[in-house]
Design a protein around this ligand. Structure first.
Ligand code: C2E
Ligand code: CA
Ligand code: CA
Length: 793
């Protein structure tokens, strides 16, 4: 150290040393300024690296020779031209190689590049020294030589590292360190050299003298100064342009509706305002630098994510830690020579919510929130496909509420809805983890039960459900009770396909309903047979209507006071070729369910009217109408046509309707009743007392007659309540001027009781059973031969 110090202070012209140092610093600044552009990449990258090599090589050389000029060893010094040129070339080429390595931007290459640059300085120095001709010889202090090389090798990488750390700013630190590397190497190298003059040596001609050298060096120094300032100015201009461009791009990016994030691998470089807003950050500084902290799915610098070009759905972690559904589109971005990526981020949470809502709507019942039929069928198909063996049975429970329709009709639809929601809730609780509950529609529910020992498990579940429904529901503040019937079918025991499994559970349900309320029935093969028979009967009925296998019986209605027959009720009869007589209660319902009631109704009306048209005396004719006939458009028209065709006086026709007609859509039914009445026919209320509400119907429509249901008549002698009801109906009829008929009178006691109550007419086995019209000819009606005008259909 001391040796170096004395070497500089005693053997050098200090003012020239300072000049050398300044030239060196300028060269270093210039080199780093050009290096930055080389490192930034782009199409001119190699030109910038070459410029760096040139500036640094010449700078090192100029520093070296200015320092040599400052050296005053009291000896004439000359320089060998070839070696001098070689030293310049070596400085440019070797440092150039170093700079190129630095520009590769990999840590190991940057370090290696620094070492190569250091080696370049050392090579230049010692080739330069070998060009020195002092007319004597130089003895080298090997320790100091090693020290000088070490200084170059250590300080150059340090300077380069310092430059990298202050990227974008003016490279003062790096330039100073690099100057220290060059000057340190030089003066330590100088201290290592001791010059010994040798007498009689002649200096070669080709050698350059100090004076020439001074000119060259100063010229070079000027060139370097020029390049330096030019570079710095240019650089400033570029930097300003970059800055302006950055401001413009930022404004542009901030104007974008989409969130934009610029990343380098997993490092977040920048983001626009939309993104900050989306992620809930107030300003850019708060943004995490690590991409996965924002987008957990982007946790690796996956090169494939750019190639897709397709938006992918992901999640964004907001500033408050909450997540948000987003869509990300990744695009590559070349920026200042760096291969970056832009992530365009779009908020899709609203769309996702809408999608989820739509999906929920598609798969759930809106009212109860339970899975719907579609989901149930899909789950069932999946389950039965999975349950391959008997060891993993599946049970289906089909549920139907008993008397739900009545509650719906009586209390209104909103009450019905309330009840369904309550039932759904109890079902879900009762079933729990044991199975899937779905609403198939209306008041039909189904449960899919998987696993467990069958049929025991399904039986227990059904019991649980029935118990769960026992407690009354609170419907609009009023208690309402409802029970459910359950049909159960097992897989694979009862059916091997989902479709037939549901069908069989339905059959079991049908049976449960037929047998009463709140019952559970397991499917049995015999039910299939029952269904098959029902279908057969339905088709038999269809052809019976067409083939005229049906006929009409008549039951007389008698006036209680006079005892005379005032009319007949037409009652349908079907004598099945194989099964014998079938009750109209059975086949009328079959016709209603099979959609044949309109034809059946018209047939009976035509048949009865045409027969009645020929009666002598012209007694009244009562014909029953099913409530379902009111659903067909042309009921009034068809009755009008039948009357016209048969020639029956409308005043003789009495149409019997039941309370059921008025329960469903009273307004529509009343309108049709008015039109029928306008035809001149009479309307009777049949089966009175079996429906729900009662007396209000008489205020709604002026019925011509009311028929008390036979269940009251049959009870009246034993049950005072039944008698009280009959009495009040008779009182009501009298008040409204409406005759009252008692049905099903079987005993003289009943007849006497009815007479005592003041009933107007009676009908029943006591008077006569229903019979073909011929039965009454000669008794009530005149025989065909006894009259002149007789019409036949
Ligand atoms: P309904 O309108 O109440 O008819 C009276 C029913 O009571 C008839 O049963 C009749 O045979 C029965 N009956 C009459 N007197 C007595 C009696 O003293 N004791 C008992 N136990 N029963 C008596 P039927 O003929 O079996 O008809 C049953 C139901 O089928 C009828 O009840 C009616 O609702 C329906 N029905 C019959 N024919 C027709 C029709 O042509 N059209 C429509 N829509 N329904 C019909
Ligand atoms: Ca009737
Ligand atoms: Ca009746």
């Amino acid at each position: 150290m001391l040796r170096v110090y004395t070497c500089i202070t005693q053997e050098h012209d200090l003012s020239l040393v300072v000049v050398a140092g300044i030239i060196c610093l300028l060269a270093a600044l210039s080199a780093f300024a050009t290096l930055e552009r080389g490192r930034a990449g782009g199409e001119h990258r190699w030109a910038w690296i070459a410029a760096t090599a040139f500036v640094s090589g010449i700078g090192i050389w100029a520093t070296h020779f200015l320092a040599m000029l400052a050296y005053q060893p009291d000896l004439p010094i000359r320089y060998d031209l070839a070696r001098t040129i070689l030293s310049i070339a070596a400085a440019i080429l070797i440092t150039g190689a170093g700079w190129a390595l630095v520009c590769l931007e990999r840590r190991a290459f940057v370090l290696l590049g620094g070492l190569v640059v250091g080696a370049g300085i050392a090579t230049m120095h010692y080739i330069g020294m070998s060009a020195v001709d002092v007319g004597g010889f130089i003895r080298w202090d090997s320790t100091l030589v090693a020290a000088s090389v070490l200084i170059g090798l250590v300080l150059s990488p340090v300077a380069i590292a310092a430059d990298r750390r202050q990227a974008g700013r003016f490279p003062w630190t790096a330039a100073l360190l690099f100057t220290l590397a060059i000057c340190g190497l030089h003066f330590t190298g100088m201290a290592a050299a001791v010059l010994y003059p040798a007498a009689g040596t002649t200096l070669p001609d080709a050698a350059i003298g100090s004076e020439t050298l001074k000119v060259i060096v100063i010229a070079v120094a000027l060139v370097i100064l020029f390049i330096t300032f030019a570079t710095i100015l240019f650089d400033r201009k570029l930097a300003r342009r970059d800055k302006e461009e950055a401001v413009r791009i930022r404004a542009f990016a901030d104007a974008a509706v989409e969130g934009l994030v610029i990343v380098d691998g997993v490092e977040v470089i920048d983001a626009n305002r939309s993104f900050l807003r989306l992620a809930g950050f107030d300003d850019r500084a708060a943004l995490p630098g690590h991409l996965p902290a924002l987008l957990p799915e982007f946790d690796a610098p996956d090169p494939s994510r750019t190639s897709e070009g397709k938006a992918r759905e992901s999640q964004l972690v907001s500033a408050d830690g909450s997540t948000r559904e987003i869509e990300v589109l990744v695009r590559p971005l070349s920026w200042k020579g760096r291969e970056l990526q832009v992530l365009a981020v779009r908020d899709i949470s609203e769309r996702k919510e809408a999608e989820a809502r739509i999906a929920h709507l598609a798969f759930h019942d809106v009212l109860t929130g339970l899975p719907n039929r579609a989901v149930f069928l899909e789950k069932l198909a999946g389950t039965t496909a999975g349950a391959a063996s008997d060891s993993d049975p599946v049970a289906i429970l089909c549920l139907d509420l008993d008397g739900f329709k009545a509650i719906n009709d009586l209390l209104g639809h909103s009450a019905g809805d309330e009840l369904l929601v309550g039932v759904a809730w109890r079902l879900r609780t009762a079933v729990g983890e044991d199975g899937l509950v779905a609403r198939l529609g209306g008041d039909e529910f189904a449960v899919l039960q998987r696993g467990g020992p069958q049929p025991a498990a399904a039986g227990l579940l059904a019991e649980r459900i029935i118990t769960a429904l026992e407690a009354p529901f609170d419907i609009g503040g009023r208690p309402a009770r409802i029970s459910a019937s359950i049909g159960i079918a097992l897989f694979p025991a009862d059916a091997d396909a989902p479709g037939s499994l549901i069908k069989n559970a339905d059959l079991a349900l049908y049976r449960a309903k037929a047998e009463g309320r709140g019952l559970t029935r397991f499917y049995e093969a015999a039910m299939d047979e029952a269904l098959r028979q029902r279908r057969q009967l339905e088709s038999d009925l269809r052809s019976a209507i067409e083939q005229g296998e049906l006929h009409v019986h008549y039951q007389p209605l008698a006036d209680l006071a006079s005892g005379s027959i005032v009319g007949f009720e037409a009652l349908l009869r079907w004598n099945h070729p194989q099964l014998g007589p079938i009750s109209p209660e059975v086949f009328v319902r079959l016709a209603e369910e099979g959609g044949m009631i309109d034809r059946l109704g018209e047939w009976v009306l035509r048949q009865a009217c045409s027969e009645a048209a020929g009666w002598n005396p012209p007694l009244k004719l009562s014909v029953n109408l099913s409530p379902l006939q009111f659903l067909f458009d042309d009921l009034v028209g068809s009755i009008e046509r039948v009357l016209a065709e048969t020639g029956l006086d409308p005043a003789r026709l009495d149409l019997e309707v039941t309370e059921g007609l008025l329960i469903k859509d009273a307004a529509a039914a009343l309108a049709i009743l008015q039109r029928l009445k306008a035809l001149g026919v009479q309307i009777s209320m049949d089966d009175f007392g079996t429906g729900y509400s009662s007396l209000s119907y008489f205020r709604m429509f002026p019925f011509d007659k009311v028929k008390i249901d036979r269940s009251f008549v049959q009870e009246m002698t034993a049950n005072p309540q039944a008698r009280a009801i009959i009495r009040s109906v008779i009182g009501l009829g009298r008040g409204l001027g409406m005759p009252v008929v008692a049905e099903g009178v079987e005993t003289p006691e009943q007849l006497e009781a009815l007479r005592a109550e003041g009933c107007d007419q009676v009908q029943g086995y006591l008077i006569s059973r229903p019979n073909p019209i011929g039965y009454f000819e000669g008794v009530v009606l005149k025989r065909p031969g006894e009259e002149t005008q007789r019409r036949r259909a």
